[in-house]
Write a protein that binds this ligand. Structure first.
Ligand code: SF4
Length: 438
């Protein structure tokens, strides 16, 4: 073992020696569960004097499973992609304050908790999309009053990027309302130039252009693209209720093409589409069992657009948003968890809880594609008020020596994954394991 590795391990053990227990025993269970083995010691103050005797095992088959799943997840040294739905459900169903506490613990191990990435999203081609995503203002199938436009000019992109950079945004995202990039050679050429110019300004660049084939992904990579956004939106089971014009597996194909081209994947979902909690679990299951976890996981909440099929949906309960963020943080410990569309409806205190639960990126600026966004000035006040600071470009470092972030450790991590799981997980396996094709 190298000296560096040994030093890290020593630091890691020292830190863990002071780490609090993952879950505190639940007094109600202590009182009602009969004595069994001495596997879990219960602190004396949780046991009445009359019942003092050998330590009591407070685990029922149910809470014992939750506890051990959460304990394992919270003490893991790196990402794993062999999650089962049951494990994710056990984490998701943890009492909310415990869930947030544990997510926060994981967040502090893998990220600098004082940093939040600021991103700005510009619509570079608005409306007129042939897809039928039932939440979207830009689909040509719905009468939303949105005027379709052509690809914007390089000048307007650079102006928007400069304003974003000068206001502290370090990732600049560009979105085009297209099904895919088939037959869009000149658009692709223009977008590659935009990517090169914005990268030249020292910013990370992300684009979302619909479905990509492998050659298009490679071209974008060569242009210097940092990340590609392609959300899976929801669970595989609920997905056909939301979109019918492209399948879940087509989404996964694009994610695979992007990933294999060496571009960071940004993929997440939308809450409030009318789904159940099982679909939040299913969404996280899909993302966390990809061969590599997405570098960025945007969590959107529906902004109901009049004229779309979901225009009258009721807002989702904040606790479900928080639960989803915390579970994503625990299950995908190294990913950036991004508060995306719908953040404008959250109070400062709700956003602070999301940061506590592991969210560490926000969209900020005048607009988020076609919907309103919280402005830079408001966000500066928000971050300052909670003792947070903007992440620098390409800065995703942890203050904690436990974080696996060197080339040597990445290789070790992969080696460990192989040793544990036998093989790298191909996308085909993900497609089969998340259910049948839609
Ligand atoms: S593909 Fe994108 S732009 Fe087109 S309808 Fe769906 S979400 Fe809207």
């Amino acid at each position: 073992m190298s000296g560096t590795r040994l030093a890290k391990l020593t630091a890691s053990l020292a830190l863990r020696a002071h780490r609090p227990r993952v879950l505190q025993p639940i007094p109600a269970l202590v009182a009602t569960v009969p004595r069994r083995s001495a596997a879990v010691a219960v602190p004396e103050d949780h046991v009445s004097r009359a019942s003092q005797g050998p330590p009591v095992d407070i685990r029922t088959p149910e809470n014992g499973d939750i506890r051990s799943t959460l304990e394992k997840a919270v003490s893991a040294h790196g990402p794993r992609n062999t999650w089962t739905r049951e494990e994710i459900a056990a984490i998701y169903d943890t009492p909310l304050m415990d869930l947030v506490y544990n997510a926060s613990t994981v967040h502090r191990r893998f990220h600098d908790p004082s940093q939040v990435q600021l991103c700005t999203l510009l619509s570079i081609k608005t409306g007129g999309c042939t897809e039928d995503c039932s939440y979207c203002a830009q689909s040509s199938r719905y009468d939303t009053g949105l005027k379709a436009s052509k690809l914007v000019t390089m000048g307007s992109v650079l102006k928007a990027a400069r304003i974003a950079r000068d206001n502290g945004s370090t990732r600049f995202c560009m979105g085009a309302a297209w099904r895919d990039m088939k037959g869009r050679k000149s658009n692709l050429r223009d977008i590659k130039e935009m990517i090169q110019e914005v990268r030249g300004m020292g910013m990370e660049v992300c684009v979302t252009l619909g479905m990509l084939d492998d050659a298009q992904a490679k071209e974008l990579k060569d242009a210097g693209l940092t990340a590609y956004n392609h959300n899976v939106d929801t669970s595989r089971e609920f997905y056909p209720s939301v979109i019918t014009t492209r399948s879940y597996d087509e989404r996964l194909n694009t994610i695979e093409n992007v990933s294999q081209a060496g571009i960071s994947v940004c993929s997440g979902g939308i809450l409030g589409l009318g789904e159940k909690k099982e679909d939040h679990i299913g969404l996280i299951y899909t993302l966390s069992t990809l061969p590599n976890h997405p570098e960025s996981v945007p969590i959107n909440t529906l902004v109901p657009i009049p004229g779309t099929p979901l225009g009258d949906n009721k807002p989702i309960e904040f606790k479900s948003v928080l639960r989803t963020i915390a579970t994503a943080r625990i299950v995908m410990p190294k990913s950036i968890v991004r508060l995306a569309a719908g953040r404008i409806t959250l109070s400062d205190e709700q956003q602070a809880l999301c940061f506590m639960a592991g969210a560490n990126a926000i969209f900020t600026g005048d607009k988020m594609l076609t919907t309103d966004c919280t402005s830079w000035d408001e966000d500066k006040n928000l971050l300052e008020g909670w003792g947070l600071r903007p992440m620098k470009s390409f800065e995703r470092q942890s203050a904690n020596p436990e974080m696996v972030d060197t080339a040597e450790d990445a290789a070790l991590e992969q080696g460990n994954a192989k040793a544990l799981f036998g093989t790298e997980r191909p996308f085909q396996q993900v497609k089969q394991e998340t259910g049948t094709s839609s």
